[in-house]
Design a protein around this ligand. Sequence first.
Ligand code: IPE
Ligand code: IPE
Ligand code: MG
Length: 251
Amino acid sequence: MAADGPPLAASQALAPPGPVPRHVAIIMDGNGRWARDRGQPRVFGHRRGAEAVRRTVTAAAELGIEFLTLFAFSSENWRRPAAEVGELMGLLRLYLLKEIAELHANRVRVKVIGDRAALPTDIVTLIEGAETRTAANTGLTLSIALSYGARAELANATRQIVADVLAGRLAADAVDDQAIAARLSTAYMPDPDLIIRTSGEQRLSNFLLWQAAYTEFVFLDGHWPDFERADLERALDAFRLRDRRYGASVG
Ligand code: IPE
Ligand code: IPE
Ligand code: MG
């Protein structure tokens, strides 16, 4: 360590060499099972899950991650019983009301991706307020995926491309990877380097299908409400040991 460099935190000193991923996305799964294991209603798990969100955002910023994207509610989660959807919307409302001031003080830029038209209007107002208030922040970019589905996102991008082609703004043969990526809700950030999913399931569940073309995956058995900074650090350690080849040959 250079004499004039900043002191290394213990975790950084022990971590294997290699880059910190710029963009980490997390499929926060297992709230219901966590609650069931404790004989509690599912909402109990969702409440504890919100606390894990708080810890994780702080840890991600401290660990030098630039973009953190959290899958909080999928377009398919609307199929859950109305009471559970109501509880989740209530928690979301509370999060937006209570956390934004502190996120803003910590220079976090808050963004929300997903189908806003499906959300209650007061939540849309809170989202717009949070995004506007934090827009110029230069710390961690926290993107919350709400009522998000990757297939709907791709269909939406396709509709925009068709409209642009029909209006003469875009040549049909200019439709390439970049033209599509630029019309996705994630256009403001790089593709995720790492996707973490808790709770043992090894699937994307309609999350970032396009953006995950070369993403590394870490699947954890623990449920989301138990997720700690140490779990994030271990996932980053696993990521550092991966050999990302993007289709090139080895050696
Ligand atoms: C994740 O936990 C939270 C949401 C999907 C909203 P789950 O509610 O999916 O919990 P499990 O998977 O049923 O245990
Ligand atoms: C994915 O979890 C969505 C979120 C974590 C918000 P689900 O629990 O909805 O996914 P499936 O149904 O197990 O695939
Ligand atoms: Mg689940």
